[in-house]
Unconditional design. Structure first.
Length: 554
């Protein structure tokens, strides 16, 4: 193993073996970066082997694979982001070390490093990186000055847009940029009603351009790497953006590939999900067409977006079959990876009445792992009280799937993440625990609240106030109580309006005489169907903080 020490805290090396890593750790190395794709040669150790050995040696490691002789601008940006984020001393390696050295030179000069100093450091260890320095310098010239923002918001979903609007409400003219590649914005809570034939899918869709608050810069790109140590992010167009303060609100990843065979059969063979805009109408088509047979509804391990949505699909489907007289010939099965019907026990009695009404069978501790659409068969991992796992199967005529969910990959691999991959925040202030100029809200943060649009609606003004307090614009600190709302649509025309905070504490928005949240009511249905959509489009996304103005502790 030969290291070429380009600086006191960075070196490049040829291909490492797992046996080398203990030696590197003993020499004080803190992190590794692999710039070699797997499978270049037959005897090359796989990255997974190196990563496993790195973990044993206490080294951080990152895989930034780059094809020799075909380095792209995105490769350079990815290397630069990982270089900025990983602890030092750092060793980057490839087949011979030259690829890693070239990437270093290009990333450094494209970010503004003195080309002469980069060349001198490389020559000191016998490397001629003149071509790499030239390319990096050209990249810097092409990009011009790196754009800088007072506030950079990652994600233009419900949380991101509403926070931008709340910031501008408190400080007009604030220099804000929103980063999101999507051209469309969706009112996702409406998809449950699309799947029941109450809404049409286009009612839940708007163009992103019409929702970005006036005065906010919209960066139409996706973040490929966070570098909070340098207050910067790398984007998928190869550019960099820097900030004084950042808000991470990039949502949750629906891991459709987490169930074997699911992606191949979604939208056909009776396999559907209200968790996708294009599939919710198929749910309604299946419900209308089913007159007899088995209807299966699934729920994966928590956390998930809107924990009540999997059973809302069950209730609304059961209600349709009940009203049309088909229910007597339909076997409804609910397979839940969890151990309870709903996490807040106060709402369970009302929900159980509808489980009984629709004659649904509850199968707890069953995690969906595989689907074969052609044979209409689903397989589950069933865990018993002793923790033993067995795989069981069921046939189906239709199946509504809630996919497993996790934090976005770019967050999971970043320094912002906790051990489970979510942005690591203080649950009361929503400020990052390690990076004081970073806040997070919505589905991507690790506050232990329900991941719902209602939670984001309550969080947005809290984050806006606390960020501006940090700037000296507002006074005091606002605290989040964990509020979330899950309108459990138990039948067409009635809803159990679950509203609760941290620890399952009930936090009703209305007096009990007007709307008793633990019982199904017509008023809650009217709120969900007729009032919440306009409140979302014209209130929440516009910074109108009806019923969610934060309480400030001074």
């Amino acid at each position: 193993m030969i290291l070429k020490n380009i600086s006191s805290d960075f070196a490049v090396a040829e291909q490492l073996s797992p046996a080398d890593l203990d030696t590197l750790a003993s020499q004080g190395v803190k992190a590794l970066m692999c710039n070699r794709p797997d499978g270049e040669v037959a005897d090359q150790p796989a990255y997974a082997q190196i990563a496993e050995a790195a973990a044993r040696a206490g080294l951080q490691i990152r895989h930034v694979p780059v094809v020799s002789g075909a380095i792209t601008d995105q490769d350079i940006a990815a290397f630069g982001a990982a270089f900025a984020e990983l602890p030092r001393p750092l060793v980057a390696y490839c087949r011979s070390g030259s690829r890693s050295a070239s990437l270093w030179a290009m990333s450094q000069t494209s970010a503004g490093a003195d080309p002469a100093q980069v060349l001198e450091a490389a020559r000191a260890v016998g490397l001629d990186l003149a071509d790499s320095v030239k390319r990096g310098t050209s990249l810097k010239a092409a990009k011009g000055s790196i754009p800088h923002y007072a506030v950079l918001i990652i994600g233009a979903g419900a949380a991101g847009i509403s926070t931008a609007a709340s910031l501008l409400k408190r400080k007009p003219g604030l220099n804000i940029a929103l980063v999101d590649k999507a051209e469309k914005h969706y009112y996702q809570p409406g998809w449950t009603l699309v799947g029941a034939g109450v809404f049409q899918a286009p009612q839940t869709e708007r163009s992103m351009a019409c929702l970005i608050p006036a005065g906010v810069k919209w960066i139409k790109a996706a973040v490929t790497a966070f570098a909070p140590q340098t207050n910067s992010v790398q984007l998928d167009d190869g550019s960099t953006a820097t900030y004084d303060r950042m808000i991470v609100a990039c949502g949750i990843k629906l891991n459709w590939a987490g169930v074997e065979g699911l992606t191949e059969t979604l939208g056909r063979n009776g396999v559907t999900s209200n968790y996708r805009y294009d599939l919710a109408p198929y749910t309604w088509k299946l419900v209308q067409g089913l007159r007899s047979g088995k209807a299966v509804f699934t729920q994966p391990p928590m956390p998930i977006k809107c924990a009540g949505a999997p059973q809302k699909a069950l209730y609304l489907s059961g209600d349709h079959w009940y009203r049309t007289g088909a229910l007597k010939d339909i076997n409804i099965q609910f397979f839940n990876a969890g151990a309870v019907l709903f996490g807040v026990k106060d709402y369970v009695p009302a929900l159980m009445k509808y489980i009984e009404k629709y004659k649904a069978t509850l199968n707890f501790s069953h995690k969906l792992v595989k689907i074969d659409g052609d044979s209409r068969t689903a397989w589950f991992e069933k865990t018993d009280a002793e923790g033993k796992v067995e795989v069981v199967s069921t046939d189906f005529d239709m199946i509504h799937v809630c996919p497993p969910q996790q934090a976005p990959d770019v967050v999971r691999s970043s320094a912002l993440a906790d051990a489970a991959g979510w942005v690591d925040v203080d649950q009361a202030t929503l400020r990052h625990k390690r990076y004081a100029n970073v806040w997070s809200l919505g589905d991507v943060c690790n506050a232990p609240n329900a991941k719902t649009a209602a939670a984001a609606r309550k969080q947005a003004p809290i984050v806006a106030h606390n960020l501006l307090s940090d700037m000296g614009v507002t006074q005091g600190v606002a605290h989040y109580d964990g509020y979330g709302s899950c309108p459990l649509t138990v039948e067409r025309g009635k809803i159990v309006l679950a509203e609760f905070g941290f620890g399952g504490k009930l936090i009703p928005s209305f007096p009990q005489w007007l709307l008793k949240g633990t019982e199904p009511t017509r008023l809650a249905w009217i709120l969900k169907k007729d009032m919440l959509p306009p409140i979302y489009w014209h209130g929440m996304l516009k910074g109108r903080e009806w019923l969610v103005t934060p309480e400030v502790q001074k």
